[in-house]
Design a protein around this ligand. Sequence first.
Ligand code: HSE
Length: 398
Amino acid sequence: MKAAIMGYGTIGSGVAEILRVNQDAIASRVKEPIELKYVLDLRDFPGDPEEGKFTKNVDDIVNDPEVSLVVETMGGVHPAYEFVRKNLEAGKSVTTSNKALVADKGAELVRIAKEHHANFMFEASVGGGIPIIRTLCTCLTGDVIEEITGILNGTTNYMLTDMSENGSDFDEVLRDAQAQGFAEKDPTADIEGYDASRKIAILTSLVSGKTVDYKDIPTEGITRIDSMDMRYAKKMGMTIKLLARMVKADGSYCCRVAPYLLNPDHPLFSVNGVFNAVFVKGNMLGDSMYYGSGAGKLPTASAVTADLVSMALNIDRDVTIGWSEEKLSISDPMNQENRYFVRARVGIGDISRSFPDAKIIDAGYDNETAFVTGKIREGAFKEIMNSLGEPVSVIRLA
Ligand code: HSE
């Protein structure tokens, strides 16, 4: 069976490496070898083990009837979308690691694949090497999924872990993460929560069978978390994590990406560093959790290669999942009940009047008051906070 890789960056070269290193194991599972025939990239790679397979023209792949399996690891929506589409329309099955492409065009590409008796797979687009998409689509199919809460971004988890363990400042830890290659040169999508938002949109789409627009998901990143928030968290015996959540609510699903305070008994409390984890609650299964490397060359390439194997085994069968282009109207986040940690420049009297069940947190700091509210609807909380003036910091409790 012949394959092609479009985009020979970190992940694409990782897929080529796995096809070389694990060729016998893969051949025994597929009952024939998967042979890499083309690598599409605009750059040259002299001396590369795949030398001789490089092309700069996508049509070499599209027009080659020998190629039945295609990997897209270019990143970005364009021209990845056009290249994936061309290959699906030519009847080739495609796997991608590209969450931007899947979040924007996933349902459409699933439909195009079906129309051309091909498969479109995207296991690596969420949770890197953690097999969360296959778990939701083919394992937990007897359950109604009631909640997914994930640490889905390795960069921000690395940063928050460092801030929590070493008391580092946000700017300092971001520079360190960039120096270590965890954070991108432009870290906006990670630190503002957009990356996690796209990932929870994909998971919610798969659970609902409709399309969740990630732009509808209320998203807060970690840029407002400072070392003082971390000190308060420690004082309370808690930690702060960027969570991407969806819960079944009001006949639909309510989604949010935001930093949350977690107690030590929360299953995601100990997920540290660049690791990802996804907590899934099914109405019959109860609680379950999936943990592993959410990013990085070989873990992500491992998920892409597993898709290649699956596409090879199902070359004549439609195994694409039910994901329609119909838009899912997500539930109003203002109806969600939460507990909130607040730092504000107001007196204890004002706090007790506004939140009678609030618990004051005394961390020994003079010019602000910190407290944790009881459970309250987001809308009601916001109204009260408007009357109290701009807070220094607000973090929900998980
Ligand atoms: N920037 C992403 C992360 C890469 O830090 O998790 C994996 O999607």
